[in-house]
Design a protein around this ligand. Structure first.
Ligand SMILES: [Zn+2]
Length: 108
């Protein structure tokens, strides 16, 4: 018995299953081309999600940066901490998303 992934919902299932126990789609009815097509669609959807995330992270980073630069709050006030954290989180979040996107591209 081997573990494969459902081509529709991408959850791990046994290759003995004729139907996915998670989403109920019948696997045996799909031919190889349809499976490949579904996997491709899933990869694109996944990449799109990480693209959106990295975009949000970039906005967070830039927002924090501009607020800190233009509003110039006093150090160690609540605003200062908020903007600094926004920059830090945005930066790390963005980098993580970029790394995931690069690794997704390599898997192709
Ligand atoms: Zn499924």
């Amino acid at each position: 018995m081997a573990i494969t992934r459902c081509p529709k919902c991408a959850k791990s299932i046994s290759d003995k299953h004729k139907q996915c126990p998670h989403c109920g789609s019948s696997i045996s009815e799909l031919n190889d081309e349809q499976v490949l097509q579904l996997q491709r669609e899933q990869r694109i959807k996944k990449r799109q999600m990480f693209m959106n995330h990295s975009f949000l992270a970039l906005i967070l980073f830039l927002g924090g940066f501009f607020c800190l630069y233009f509003l110039q709050p006093q150090e160690e006030t609540l605003e200062w901490y908020a903007y600094t954290i926004a920059i830090g989180v945005g930066c790390i979040w963005y980098l993580i998303n970029r790394i995931i996107l690069v690794s997704l591209k390599k898997k192709k």
